[in-house]
Design a protein around this ligand. Sequence first.
Ligand code: SF4
Length: 277
Amino acid sequence: MFIRNDPYPISPIENHRRREKGVLVYPVYSRRSGGLSVGINLFPGQKCCPFECPYCEVFPFAADVVFSCKQMEEDLRAAVAAAREQNVPVKDICFSGNGEPSLSPDFSAALKLADRIRREMVPAAELVLITNGAGLLQPGIFSLLRDAAGSFALNIWLKLDAATPQWYEKINRTAIPFEKLIAAIKEFAESAPVTIQTMLCTVDSKGPTDEEAQAWETLMLELAAAGNIRKVQMYGKARPAPEDPKTTALPIEYLEKRAESLRQALVAANIPVEVYP
Ligand code: SF4
């Protein structure tokens, strides 16, 4: 049963907390999108993710709401229409929300529907998926994403926080074997363009080791050489998380130093490296 807990959020929000109140669509000002991003949440009732990143911003919640494409269509059209009325350009329509979107049974249908509405109402907006890559281990989802990157021009923002099993264990806390996930990411990046996103923060007061930093840069170079990376986005902890203070922000100088090192290493490949402290 769908129950609205509050009026539909036509006004863009400054953070993602409204996702925890059972909404399917949530406009938000996004640093990484550079403007208004209309988020789609496939898990309005509860968080659903095979990762347990300690910096995760989803606070515990349970809502008596079930995702439906019909409701999503209505809410997405309303959000885009409201943005147009206010002359606010929609930068993207983005699958994100309380978990890993590609693992939702509704993902395929919702993706096609969102693309149809995007083309009809805001063709200049991008279609984006924020993913932790877990779906790439399933051949059906791997193919779906590869094909969508081609036919829908789906822009895939792929989380890649760690390049060593030790840091992966701390920063992503998942049962998915590190080597399997990295292999799937490498294979995927050979067949479809991706934007890599990496969170840089401390866990239990310690940041990534020098060994981790070096391994990550080497991995980026491997991916750039073998595939088609659109850009690399390195971002810091900027929002509250339920596990605070288990993770904390690192100094901006650290992020800039890591980014500059990668820029130098990637100079021939002409891949943008952006920092969002
Ligand atoms: S992958 Fe995303 S949703 Fe899942 S635990 Fe990590 S930050 Fe949270």
